[in-house]
Design a protein. Structure first.
Length: 196
């Protein structure tokens, strides 16, 4: 039995870093690629799909999280993750400078590039198929939608605010705090007052 196969993670994608962390040497990873046990992800250096496993529904998010571990999924992608919006073809990321924005030509990436994440900016850490990912929190996501309303549309931001309030999973105080962090209190206030 090839022991290197037994060292593969349980998920459908992995990275060279994760594999070496499991005790596989680079030469063993090369043999697994040559034997078509691992398939290199296009343009995502060091990211592999495990050949005999079906693709996850979140395959593209997993690839991005492995390739750009400092990226935070935000805006429309975070809205979808939190159940506040339907499908979105693009993957929205926040990649603070000086980190480079990932160039994965086969994936439709959109993003924002602040110089630094604001103090108090809220994220949620999730682990899916042994891959750690970060999303903006529901309240932060709504505040960010108002901040980037010219890119995604004011109607999307307002609908997200209403959807979040309907879920009852966060408070108006949480939304207000995140709006202050993003500097959009004036933009959010009239809509918060209309749904109180």
């Amino acid at each position: 039995m090839d022991t290197s196969k037994s060292q593969l993670p349980a998920g459908s994608v992995t990275s060279a870093q994760a594999l070496t962390g499991r005790g596989l040497h680079r030469s063993a990873i090369g043999r697994l690629v040559h034997g078509k046990v691992l398939i290199r992800e296009p343009r995502a250096r060091g990211v592999y799909r495990i050949a005999n496993r079906g693709l996850s529904l979140h395959h593209d998010l997993l690839v991005v999280a492995l390739y750009a571990p400092n990226a935070v999924f935000c805006l429309l992608t975070a809205l979808r993750w939190h159940g506040l919006r339907g499908p979105c073809p693009d993957i929205w990321l926040c990649v603070p400078a000086p980190s480079r924005f990932p160039d994965l030509g086969h994936l439709p990436l959109e993003g924002v590039r602040p110089r630094a994440l604001p103090t108090g900016w809220e994220t949620v850490e999730v682990t899916l198929e042994e891959v750690p990912m970060q999303f903006t929190s529901p309240a932060q996501t709504v505040a960010d939608c108002f901040q980037y309303r010219t890119r995604i549309g004011l109607d999307v931001a307002v609908a997200a605010l209403r959807a979040l309030v309907r879920t009852g999973t966060t408070t108006m105080e949480d939304i207000w705090r995140c709006a202050k962090v993003s500097g959009v209190e004036a933009e959010v206030l009239p809509y918060m007052e209309s749904i109180r």
